[in-house]
Design a protein around this ligand. Structure first.
Ligand SMILES: [Zn+2]
Length: 291
């Protein structure tokens, strides 16, 4: 069984919800029978991630994340990074320092697998994390001091795949999020999550402008979709408006949960979301992707 839980469903500026980061849990049996999954993977860990995980560990069924009242970061075995905005990577410094100094055993820190395209991993260190993590015990440190770095082999149109926990595959695809001069020239990724045994998939958009032509095949074939949304009237090319999402075919809207939304989600004017889509994704709810 593979489950997906949003640590938060908010956009970068949301205050009533945590930012849109996700915990995947792989279970040999069932989340209802086991106290702890066999394997875990975070999709992004932004600035509000530590606070969200701190809250999640107190929810029924997530007690395994608790270690004496603090988050046990050793339970986070893998982290996939979609792109370098702070709402997706801003919690990694805390996670790395906690693993290095608080959860260290016999002087050896816990190092989760850190997965992304090689260009994102290089920029993650050189332009973001190095500022805080660059010195360790009186020496220069590097990304590999804190993580087992797992760059996905770059392909022509997308980075390579990652086979995870035996039977699941993460299949990243480029998203049209931020452009410097042209489409795809600033790296950002979405994910197709596949159960190799069942042959089924779930679509996770990552941050993206509306690009259904690129995603049509994946969304049509997937049993569930999670798509980002920008609520509000601003025409933001870097995110996807509700107006654009409402043009999706009805059969796709019916299996698509919306996430990455602003604090205005529960104003009456967005009631359409629950009628025309699978609904707004809920934080701390364990969605079963594959049973
Ligand atoms: Zn972003």
């Amino acid at each position: 069984m593979l489950t997906l839980t949003f640590l938060g469903v908010g956009n970068a500026f949301a205050k009533r919800n945590f930012q849109s980061n996700v915990l995947l849990e792989a279970w040999s049996g069932s989340s209802r029978q086991q106290g702890e999954p066999e394997d875990t993977l975070l999709i992004d860990f932004g600035a509000t991630g530590p606070q969200a995980l701190h809250r999640l560990k107190d929810q029924p069924g997530f007690e395994y994340l608790d270690h004496g009242g603090v988050v046990d970061y050793r339970k986070i075995r893998n982290i996939f990074v979609t792109h370098l905005h702070s709402d997706h990577i801003g919690g990694l410094e805390e996670l790395a320092f906690m693993n290095t100094f608080i959860h260290a055993q016999a002087g050896v820190g816990h190092r989760p697998l850190l997965i992304s395209s090689s260009e994102i991993l290089t920029d993650l260190w050189e332009h973001s994390l190095q500022g805080g993590l660059g010195v360790l015990h009186g020496r220069q440190a590097e990304l590999a001091d804190y993580f087992v770095v797992h760059p996905l082999e770059a392909g022509l149109t997308a980075p390579g795949r990652f086979v995870w926990s035996g039977g699941y595959e993460l299949q990243p695809f480029r998203t049209d999020h931020v452009r410097l001069a042209r489409k795809y020239d600033w790296p950002s990724l979405g994910l197709l999550i596949r159960d190799c045994v069942l042959g089924e998939s779930v679509f996770f958009s990552g941050d993206t402008g509306f690009d259904f032509e690129a995603y049509r095949g994946m969304m049509t074939a997937s049993r569930l979709c999670f798509h980002e949304v920008h609520l509000g009237n601003e025409d933001l090319s870097v995110h996807t408006s509700l107006k654009d999402l409402r043009t999706l075919p009805a059969e796709i809207r019916g299996k698509t949960f919306l996430y990455h939304y602003s604090d205005a989600w529960d104003l009456g004017r967005y009631e359409v979301v629950d009628r025309e889509f699978a609904g707004f994704a809920r934080p701390f709810h364990r969605y079963v992707l594959f049973d």
